[in-house]
Design a protein around this ligand. Structure first.
Ligand code: PPS
Length: 319
């Protein structure tokens, strides 16, 4: 059943991750297939779709959980019936079956069959997002995270992850990240495209750091954006459901439940299903974790990059 989730991606067929360039953006071929990217150019969105769009590791899962709870009006029993990967399918990720004889359709075709309102996850940079999303004015909740924590989170997520290129060291990853060579390309282009759209009525631009500072305010903001208002009780329930600790403890919101799950795993015990060398998805969920990873010169290099790339945009990060 989870093979249809749009979230579970078994290893690349030959054990290697093949990267190709799609309109200037490095993508992993076994997962974001060229045929999918072609199909997405004419893919039909719906006006009442809600997209959660981010550069990887910026707070996608957290935000999609808030959106999920909001559109279910805080009915957490309903939310917890289905794993987050199934509630929020991953638009561009084509799923391969781990057993060759199951034919799994591309995720966008599965999404086509879903009932409205749909919540859809994507990491696509703006120019690769299906044009119909902006034409239909589907809602987009975009999240950006300070690039230093983004890099650290992405590094740990990549480690031991068969769907992403492997790096020998943090330093190697850092160099590729700063050169815009990690999967999904330069974070700055990704951020700036959606930042420029932030005043569009169908776009809400959020920052991870502000979500962390004020989760209740964030839930209210997302609620307002999606035209839902809540009593304080319901609001508090959604907030509690979406804290780092509670999402980590909840098998329906912790991606590791399905991420590392093989068919027929009976016991859902996140600590037991994480392969060696991999790190838990719900790792730290902090602001400022970069301080224990960056060298002084990496910090200076990243500060210079941020200054150069975001100059004049008005987009700033506390980090
Ligand atoms: S992905 O794979 O791109 O979809 O990852 P994404 O969900 O965007 O980012 C994962 C990071 O978000 C953290 N996270 C949270 N932080 C705070 N509160 C909550 N509720 C929460 N949920 C997820 C998660 O721990 C990853 O960050 P790091 O820094 O690696 O811990």
């Amino acid at each position: 059943m989870f093979l249809q989730s749009g979230g579970f991606r078994p290893p690349a067929p030959n054990g290697k991750v093949k990267i190709y360039e799609c309109e200037g953006v490095p993508l992993a071929e076994h997962c974001m297939q060229p045929s999918t990217m072609e199909a997405l150019k004419t893919w039909q969105a719906r006006q009442d779709d809600v997209f959660v769009v981010t550069y990887p590791k910026a707070g996608t899962t957290w935000t999609q959980e808030i959106v999920s709870a909001v559109i279910r009006k805080g009915d957490l029993e309903q939310v917890n019936k289905t794993h987050t990967y199934l509630r929020n399918p991953f638009l561009e990720a084509t799923i391969f079956s781990s057993t060759k004889d199951i034919d799994v359709p591309p995720t966008h075709e599965i999404i086509d069959k879903m009932k409205s309102p749909r919540t859809i996850k994507s990491h696509l940079p703006g120019h690769l997002l299906p044009p119909d999303v902006m034409e239909k004015k589907s809602r987009i909740v975009y999240v950006a995270r300070n690039p230093k924590d983004l890099a650290v989170s992405y590094y740990y997520f990549s480690m031991g992850n068969p769907t992403l290129p492997q790096y020998d060291t943090w330093n190697d990853f850092f160099d590729d990240f700063c050169a815009g060579k990690t999967v999904y390309g330069p974070w700055w282009n990704h951020y700036l495209y959606y930042w420029k759209l932030r005043h569009e009525p169908n776009v809400l631009f959020l920052k991870f750091e502000n979500m962390k500072k004020d989760l209740k305010g964030t839930v209210e903001r997302i609620g307002h954006f999606l035209e839902y208002t809540f009593s304080d009780d319901v609001l508090d329930r959604i907030v509690s459901h979406c804290t780092f600790e509670n999402m980590k403890a909840n098998p329906m919101t912790n991606p590791d439940t399905l991420r590392f799950m093989k068919t027929n795993v009976e016991s859902i015990d996140n600590n037991n299903i994480i392969p060696k060398d991999s790190h838990p998805f719900m790792r730290k969920g902090k602001v400022g974790d970069w301080k224990s990873h960056f060298t002084v010169s990496q910090n200076e290099a990243m500060d210079a990059l941020i200054r150069e790339k975001l100059a004049g945009s008005g987009l700033v990060f506390e980090c």
